[in-house]
Design a protein around this ligand. Structure first.
Ligand SMILES: Nc1ncnc2c1ncn2[C@@H]1O[C@H](COP(=O)(O)OP(=O)(O)OP(=O)(O)O)[C@@H](O)[C@H]1O
Ligand SMILES: [Mg+2]
Length: 299
């Protein structure tokens, strides 16, 4: 708990998943939702996780939130080994270490409570005084730009405003990690922009590590790093730090997309490249005199 208040360096891993598997067993079949997923997110980073429907994005986020447990592999968030937590530790972890924002604002907010009451609710279980709760909730409301809506119930707020209150609720116990599962999925473009701008501001100003799961290309282009999940594995990574610097200098954006090699040396060759190539079921890997890696088909 105290660890989140320590100053963390940018290059220290905050989230580290290695060889993560999640198998859902239903009465007649097993679904492998994550198959050896690997992911590292550093402190104070903001990253997007993108991928087709059913690729395992929400499964991963639920595990990182401590709502669900992986079937195998390791997952470390800060000093917490999420596989070895007792039930009591998991409660503390969910309460103080992570904030979670769902796609539907009505999953994040109690309909009969006002904006300010919703923000104060998670604080009730921490040992904050009434005064501290009051000050902190007013501050969070101001940060999300909704001081003038403090007494509005969710139904009296627009979708974008509801999501901004949800972000304040997610931050109410000062988590070091904020997770958002398709936070703009139900918003129009302008409200979606506001929510993303807010997340970027939070990341910059408070230093919260943020992971946003999305289908939305808008999110994709507003974070430094976007990681693609394919069939339950992290597959490619788009590094846009260059894009940001270029924006400032008004140079046209250039996006670098990389394939990810996991800790066992596996790499997913994109289907379109594979079907366009001569590669069959078996390949021979080699190295040229210049040190370039080559793949040669064997059949
Ligand atoms: N509780 C569950 N029981 C059985 N199967 C599940 C369960 N939750 C998810 N799955 C399956 O696991 C796979 C990954 O699901 P997940 O919800 O993580 O996908 P997703 O990438 O979030 O998709 P979407 O973009 O549609 O939200 C899917 O095939 C899904 O049907
Ligand atoms: Mg999902």
């Amino acid at each position: 708990m105290t660890e989140k208040r320590e100053k963390k360096k940018l290059n220290d891993p905050h989230v580290n998943c290695v060889g993560l598997f999640k198998i859902f067993k239903t009465s007649d079949l097993e679904v492998v939702a994550l198959r050896g997923l690997e992911l590292t997110v550093n402190y104070r980073e903001i990253v997007a996780i993108v991928g087709a429907s059913g690729s395992g994005k929400s499964t991963l986020l639920n595990i990182l939130a401590g709502y669900d447990f992986p079937s195998a592999g390791s997952v470390q968030v800060g000093s917490h080994n999420l596989l070895q937590m007792t039930e009591r530790e998991a409660v503390i972890y969910r309460r103080y270490e992570v904030g979670f924002i769902w796609q539907q604002a009505n999953q994040n907010l109690f309909p009969y409570l006002s904006a300010i009451e919703n923000i104060q609710l998670p604080m009730m279980v921490s040992n904050m005084s009434r005064n501290e709760r009051q000050n902190k909730s007013e501050h969070l409301l101001e940060m999300v730009g909704l001081t003038n809506r403090r007494n509005h119930k969710p139904i009296e707020l627009s979708g974008g405003e509801q999501q901004r209150v949800s972000i304040a609720v997610g931050l109410s116990n000062s988590p070091s990690l904020l997770l958002a599962d398709e936070p703009t999925g139900e918003l129009d473009e302008e409200s979606g922009h506001d929510v993303l701008d807010l997340m970027n501001t939070i990341n910059r100003e408070i230093g919260t590590t943020i992971i946003i799961v999305t289908h939305d290309p808008l999110i994709y282009s507003s974070v430094n790093r976007a990681i693609t999940i394919k069939d339950g594995k992290t597959s490619t990574e788009i590094d846009q730090s260059v894009l940001f610097r270029r924006k400032e200098k008004k140079i046209p954006p250039r996006i670098n997309e990389y394939l990810l090699i996991d800790s066992s040396g596996n790499v997913q060759i994109p289907k379109e490249i594979l079907s366009d190539s001569e590669l069959g079921r078996r390949v021979r890997i080699g190295k040229t005199s210049k040190g370039e890696i080559t793949l040669e088909s064997n059949e």
